[in-house]
Design a protein around this ligand. Structure first.
Ligand code: PMP
Length: 307
């Protein structure tokens, strides 16, 4: 299906993408006054079913983002969730996809408007990111991650991604695949669109939620499965830049990128410079879970089609 044929959910209707138009003077258009979620759904060939991964958790975070930006409360969790299902069904997708659910300020208000609040939901067929490479080379960004004294990284709002943009563009300009930001304390924060883990002496270590990071759903999934299923010690604590260089393994994670090994940081090879054993174990288990192959985690899957 090409982009033009795709149906999107737009202000309560399911329409072709060319009929979804936003007022140029709206606060979302002028000032980036929007919050969003990036979801993934996985197609199970054997069950002929599409499963959205951790949909209620994404909806909860979307509500938290709206609350922190003081948007008028107009959507219930049930409505936000059902709208995602409806638009995927309308497209009759039978493949893996990513889905962007964006709540935005429409109308003619300023950046301090609290309504009218509207939404679009755009599913998009998508396979793997970084398909060609098995891992990525990253740098430490010269840009600092936004923080609670300026723009909260906890709010998944469009405007925050201009900080991500600066980090990503600098990284690619200098020949890297991506970047890791430090926070205002100078410790490791997150990537432009993902969280960071390191493996050292068999332990899994990741910066805490107070390290200027998004409350990532993939991060929280990894913490749970590493502890409960892989018997790994998981430590949430500040991580220093230098720890990245001498870690046994480093990987980044997020809904869209899933789990991506980092082969080098600032051109310093991490471990053996290949996908490490712990990263492989976590990635394999994660990919089984999202496809519904692990019974106890089927609670994290929301089926799209009636069975
Ligand atoms: N940090 C940032 C800045 C992100 O944009 C994302 C992607 N949503 C993540 C972390 C990972 O979050 P999640 O696992 O919920 O996709």
């Amino acid at each position: 299906m090409s982009n033009d044929e795709r149906l999107i959910w737009f202000k309560g209707n399911i329409v072709s993408i060319d009929r979804a138009k936003i007022n140029v003077l709206s606060p979302t258009s002028q000032f980036g006054a929007n919050v969003f979620e990036g979801l993934r759904a996985y197609w199970s060939i054997s069950e002929k079913q599409l499963y959205v991964f951790r949909l209620p958790e994404h909806i909860d975070r979307l509500q938290r983002s709206m609350k922190m930006l003081e948007f008028d409360v107009v959507f219930t969790n049930a409505f936000l969730q059902q709208s995602v299902i409806d638009v995927i069904q309308a497209n009759n997708f039978q493949e893996d996809l990513v889905c962007r659910q964006t709540v935005f300020l429409d109308g003619f208000g300023s950046w301090s408007a609290i309504g009218p609040v509207e939404m679009f939901i755009a599913p998009m067929a998508k396979g793997r990111y970084y398909e060609k490479s098995q891992g990525i080379d990253v740098c430490i960004s010269s840009w600092e991650r936004i923080n609670e004294k300026s723009l909260s990284p906890k709010i998944k709002m469009g405007a925050n991604y201009m900080n991500s943009r600066m980090g990503q563009l600098e990284a690619t300009r200098n020949g890297y695949d991506s970047a890791i930001f430090l926070n205002q304390e100078g410790t490791v924060s997150e990537g432009p669109g993902s969280c960071v883990f390191i493996v050292k002496d068999g332990k899994l270590i990741t910066p805490p939620l107070t390290a200027s990071i998004l409350d990532s759903i993939t991060r929280s999934t990894i913490i749970d499965i590493a502890r409960d299923d892989l018997n790994l010690e998981v430590i949430e604590r500040d991580v220093e830049r230098s720890e990245l260089y001498i870690a046994d393994e480093v990987f980044m994670c997020g809904t869209a990128v899933e789990i991506v090994p980092v082969f080098s940081v600032d051109k310093t090879q991490v471990g053996m410079g290949t996908k490490g054993g712990v990263t492989s174990d976590i990635k394999n288990l994660y990919l089984q879970i999202v496809r519904g192959k692990v019974e106890k985690y089927r609670k994290w899957l929301t089926p799209v089609y009636e069975s």
